[in-house]
Design a binder for this molecule. Structure first.
Ligand code: AMP
Length: 458
């Protein structure tokens, strides 16, 4: 098996990796590092959680160590662009860790914080700067930084950059950078517009790709609870109160929704905090620190705010509201089961979100286990009209006598007995059941069984 020593990295980097207790490169690292050390430009298709930060940072540090040129005032030798402030901070933290034995000056410029300190910080020049595009251009236009010393450039999360409307900023940055440099470009997806953007940054790039976004993380067990919208706050409270949930991220679609959910949880005595784009940088950092330290059990987040955040030990991801874009589901559930751990994802799906659920199941080629016990009561929620007929499930089905045991249909059918307590610790499958892969449980089992129940209830 490849180890970091055989990849050809310089000694100070290997020492830092020993301290970080990284023994084996991840696939993206094993593929990318030798190519970058050769001096190639690189196009990487990979998402967060694959180890891509080290895949670009380690060889960048190595290359900068090799040239060992002093940066001039306001210059930087390495530049990493990231779409969000949190991601920029996180990348810088990792680079500092990897460069700890390499005596490098690493710093960050992000929006939402006073610019004066950043102008002063740049005046001495840096080895590596991590930046969000808007603030970088702002500093350039104020002549607080220049790119004359630039040797190494990384653009991370290009697809997220596009989503956030950074295309013009990126084109401008591409026009400002010196031609004689090495460039790396990473994106989780590679539609044509992103490939075109990549072409404007890269020269004869090597390409590496790991785990396409459409395959959900293997170690995440996934389940769905069909819950009427009005009952979601109560169900979420029940789920998050159990002991199995040690650290959870709850996703909402809107900023207001995130605030509302975190307030509701606080009222129920569950320590929660919301992060989204309307929060100040200070508030976001404080929230993330509280969550990382374990002081807050639950982080309620919108997709953009949570993108790229890497906090270990997340036991559960709850989709309080289903995302419109099915790939977003894959990104969300990737927040748990990081770095070899396992995790659980639970989606609360109301009648009007079933289309999104079907799109997710098509994308992931997986039918998700259904947790029973949450179905609407008669008249509680009306199934929206759908043209396609087919796979819809009745909404007015009365609950069977033992339907509130909080277990997936699959498990119930095996065990048979009812358990009064939801999410009981002795539940063999943990949290309403570990979802088994559809290949193990036999996909057709689920839908027809559900459909039978539906008919019987009518
Ligand atoms: P990333 O995809 O860069 O966000 O990395 C995901 C997580 O994996 C981070 O917490 C890294 O610190 C960790 N990580 C990256 N590479 C390795 C490795 N080779 N061994 C162990 N952990 C790693």
């Amino acid at each position: 098996m490849t180890d970091f020593h055989s990849l050809g990295l310089a000694r100070p980097i290997l020492l830092a990796l020993d301290s970080a207790e990284y023994s084996t490169p991840t696939p993206i690292q094993a593929q990318a590092i030798p190519l970058v050390l050769e001096g190639r430009d690189l196009l990487g298709i990979a998402q967060t959680g694959t180890g891509k930060t080290a895949a670009f940072s380690l060889p960048m540090i190595d290359r900068l160590l090799a040239t060992n040129i002093r940066p001039s005032p306001r210059g930087t030798r390495g530049l990493v662009l990231a779409p969000t402030r949190e991601l920029a901070d996180q990348i810088a933290t990792n680079i500092r860790k990897y460069a700890a034995k390499a005596r490098m000056n690493v710093n960050v410029v992000i929006g939402g914080v006073p610019i004066g300190r950043q102008i002063r910080m740049m005046s001495r020049g840096l080895d590596i700067l991590v930046a969000t595009p808007g603030r970088l251009i702002d500093l350039y236009d104020r002549r607080a930084l220049h790119f004359d010393d630039l040797e190494f450039f990384v653009l991370d999360e290009a697809d997220q950059m596009m989503d956030l409307g950074f295309i013009h900023a990126l084109k401008r940055i591409a026009s400002l950078l010196p031609k004689d440099r090495q460039s790396l470009f990473f994106s989780a997806t590679m539609p044509k517009e992103i490939a075109d953007l990549a072409a404007s940054f890269l020269t004869d790039p090597a390409q590496v790709a790991v785990t396409p976004a459409a395959t959900t993380v293997e170690r995440v067990s996934q389940a769905v609870a069909h819950v009427p919208a009005g009952r979601k706050p109560a169900v979420l409270g029940d789920i998050l109160s159990t002991d199995e949930v040690t650290r959870a991220i709850v996703f909402t679609r809107t900023k207001r929704g995130a605030d509302r959910v975190s307030r509701t949880l606080e009222e129920k005595g569950i320590a929660a905090v919301a992060i989204h784009g309307n929060k100040s940088q200070g508030q976001r950092q404080k929230a993330l620190a509280g969550f990382s330290s374990g002081r807050l059990k639950v982080l309620v987040a919108t997709d953009i705010a949570a993108r790229g955040i890497d906090i270990g030990g997340v036991s559960h991801v709850v989709n309080y509201e289903m995302p419109d874009v099915p790939e977003t589901y894959v990104h969300r559930i990737g927040r748990t089961a990081r770095a070899g751990a396992s995790g659980q994802a639970i989606s609360l799906v109301s009648a009007d979100e079933r289309g999104q659920l079907r799109a997710i199941e098509r994308l992931t080629k997986q039918a998700l286990d259904v947790m029973s016990g949450f179905e609407p009561q008669p008249g509680e929620e009306v199934e929206p009209r759908r043209g396609n007929g087919g796979r819809g499930r009745g909404q007015s089905r009365p609950n069977g006598g033992n339907a509130r045991d909080g277990k997936p249909q699959g498990n119930r059918s095996r065990g048979g007995e009812a358990r009064g307590k939801r999410f009981s610790a002795d539940n063999e499958s943990g949290f309403g059941g570990r979802s088994r892969k559809s290949s193990e449980v036999g996909r057709p089992n689920r839908r027809p069984r559900q459909a039978e129940g539906e008919r019987a209830g009518r």
